[in-house]
Design a protein around this ligand. Structure first.
Ligand SMILES: [Zn+2]
Length: 292
């Protein structure tokens, strides 16, 4: 075992997928750990599902995917990962961007699915804005919620520092664009509000040629759990009933349209399709594809 000690750390994790004329780079920000009791069904049911999926019961590891969309118009990031907030197993975005030769200054815009710490933590580093030339794009309801009083009233000792940090983003990013509903934010990229997980939680639909990719943020967070137990929630869902309704409606839409989709916390590279399974759904991962 000793001879592997220096090189067992994971190598940069990037998966490239062309969607029409857009190159999508799916980048792993690393891994977070969630306790089974963070799922509303409770630890017992969660552990049973974990065992069915050949996972150890107990703390649940979930990856965080971040996306770089290289289009003819610009280079856009979708979310920014955890940055320094959650220890050495996450916040790998910068290292992974360097591995594919994309500099921090190359990023023209960051489209935010929502403002939880594991999605905006990487927007700030010791120098201030991690992406000095980027415009931030976020749903107005999300921005207003994070800048208002309610988010603090609902906070606890654990998440209050993350919220306070997110509230400093306007000091570091001069250009913040707010959108209200479904609509194109960059050519070929449309915002798609998915409220519930947070007030302005949004997906993004990328369309190029006759191909689509639906980027779903935290609509679903576990390939074992979220597609099967539709009425169950994650404790971080701000409005659980709305999150449940949005999840069911959107999974139905994705199953009907047969669009390729991705969501931040599904198993890397978090790319696949939604199939119907009885009254619920099933995650069908796309197999690794060679691409020149
Ligand atoms: Zn998340």
């Amino acid at each position: 075992m000793k001879q592997y000690e220096d090189r067992s750390r994971q190598v940069p994790a990037i998966y490239r997928r062309r969607i029409g004329s857009v190159l999508v780079n799916i980048i792993s920000d690393g891994e977070l750990t969630a306790a089974p009791d963070m799922f509303s069904a409770g630890a017992e049911q969660f552990n049973k599902i974990a065992q069915d999926g050949f996972l150890q019961p107990g703390p649940f590891k979930m990856g965080t995917a971040v996306y770089v969309l290289e289009t003819v118009d610009g280079t856009y990031l979708v979310d920014a990962g955890s940055g320094p907030l959650f220890g050495e197993t996450s916040g790998l975005l910068k290292e992974n961007l360097a591995a594919i030769g994309i500099s921090l200054a190359d990023i023209d815009g960051v489209l935010l699915t929502h403002m939880h710490a594991d999605h905006v933590g990487g927007l700030l580093d010791e120098s201030g804005a991690t992406f000095p030339n980027a415009e931030l794009i976020v749903h107005r309801d999300e921005f207003d919620y994070y800048m208002g009083d309610l988010v603090l009233a609902r906070s606890n000792d654990r998440n209050r520092p993350w919220i306070m940090r997110a509230r400093t983003l306007p000091e570091h990013y001069a250009h913040i664009r707010l959108f209200d509903g479904i609509g194109e934010v960059f050519p070929g990229i449309s915002a798609f509000p998915l409220p519930g997980h947070t007030p302005g939680h949004s997906g993004y639909l990328l369309q190029s040629g006759d191909e689509q990719l639906f980027i779903a943020g935290d609509l679903v967070y576990s390939q074992l759990y979220s597609f099967r137990l539709l009425d169950e929630n994650f404790l971080f869902d701000v409005d659980r009933d709305l999150a449940t309704q949005t999840r069911r409606n959107t999974l139905e839409m994705l199953a009907d349209k047969r669009w390729l989709m991705t969501a931040s916390h599904l198993a890397f590279p978090a790319l696949g399709h939604v199939a119907r399974a009885g009254d619920a759904f099933e995650w069908v991962p796309e197999t690794w594809q060679f691409q020149l």
